[in-house]
Design a protein around this ligand. Structure first.
Ligand code: MRU
Length: 339
């Protein structure tokens, strides 16, 4: 049997000094790779969701700083690039985390700056695989697993967080299947989660965002597994808009609600979910669908891109350092000192 190349959406071409991004706006119609040579271009790609998903934007920002260093940018230009990248999106803490980690190396030789970016990429994929190994045993046998947005290989350096748990469960012989919420308005579930699971031969069925409650009521869902953009010190979880509603539904139907995320998503400097900045994106992205206007001209729309699920609704947080259950704050604090 031929083993498929693992999906890695953010790469660096060492020979030509280019950041290579799988264009997530073009999927699933087209697998198109973009080659970028400046931090400005990568910051724009982060903002317009060409590359998206908390860990993936951190890796992209790290490579953006590496490409600038390798192409001879001086300290002032590097500082400005770091600032631009860190501000590209506010909610996923992995972005600021990766820029901070890279900033500590920007005075080093360019080869070392690139090595640090490669380390961030490699460590993220390793973390995802470990999250998968720790999370897979939590998934009930033959369960139908509900996920929201895309917390897969596409959203990380590779393998995925929520979908890493799914992949590891399948690899361990558990014949699970996935329900993927379409995830309005950018359709990360319909376009990306469905695409990557289908590509890897993992059974996936697409739902629109309002269907989960009814399927839970009918006993068709075994558990929920989602990713995270930021986890506050008290265990509150910011993730794609719609996640909070799923957590409430899961609690009502007594279903486990799992959050899978690397330690780089945990932000102990943010005390609670109320302190997490929530990105507001343009209303155009809501009133338009696939280039077509779907609402009357003149009707306003809102687009908070993320919501916060209170820790009390989270059955467990799966990180590469370990699995945290209530009391989440104590569990996260205990893992903070492990390495
Ligand atoms: O707006 P996006 O597509 O970047 O939002 C992504 C999510 O909400 C993911 O669930 C989260 O970043 C975790 S990715 C492993």
């Amino acid at each position: 049997m031929t083993v498929r190349e693992p999906l890695r959406p953010v790469l660096y071409d060492d020979a030509r000094d280019l950041v290579r991004l799988l264009d997530q706006k073009a999927l699933p119609a087209e697998e198109r790779w973009l080659e970028l040579s400046t931090a400005d271009a990568v910051a724009a790609a982060i903002k317009d969701l060409t590359v998206r998903g908390a860990p993936a934007i951190g890796v992209a920002a790290a490579y953006a700083l590496a490409v600038e260093a390798r192409r001879g940018a001086g300290p002032e230009r590097l500082r400005a690039a770091a600032d631009l990248l860190a501000r590209a999106r506010p909610t996923a803490v992995n972005l600021a985390w990766a820029v901070r980690r890279m900033s500590a190396r920007l005075g080093a030789p360019a080869a070392d700056v690139l090595a640090e970016a490669h380390a961030i990429r490699d460590e993220d994929e390793a973390a995802c695989r470990r999250i998968g190994a720790l999370g897979a045993p939590l998934v009930p046998a033959r369960a139908r697993v509900l996920t929201h947005c895309n917390a897969g290989a596409l959203a990380t350096a590779g393998y995925g967080t929520a979908l890493g748990v799914v992949r590891a469960a399948v690899e361990s012989g558990n014949a699970i299947s996935v329900f993927a919420d379409e995830t309005r308005p950018f359709l990360q579930g319909a376009r990306l989660t469905a695409w990557e699971l289908h590509r890897d031969g993992i059974p996936v069925t697409l739902l629109t965002d309002g269907m989960a409650g009814w399927l839970m009521a009918r006993g068709e869902i075994g558990c929920v597994v989602v990713g995270a953009d930021r986890i506050a010190a008290n265990g509150d979880v910011a993730n794609k808009i719609g996640t909070y509603a799923l957590a409430v539904l899961a609690a009502h139907h007594r279903l486990p609600f799992y959050v899978a995320a690397p330690w780089s998503t945990v932000d102990l400097a943010t005390p609670t979910g109320a302190d997490i900045p929530i990105e507001e994106r343009g209303a155009d992205e809501v009133v338009m669908l696939a280039g077509q206007r779907i609402a009357p001209v003149g009707v306003p729309a809102r687009y908070p891109a993320f919501d916060v699920t209170p820790a009390a609704l989270v059955t467990a947080i799966v990180t590469e350092r370990g699995v945290v259950r209530a009391p989440h704050a104590a569990g996260l604090a205990a893992l903070a000192s492990t390495r």
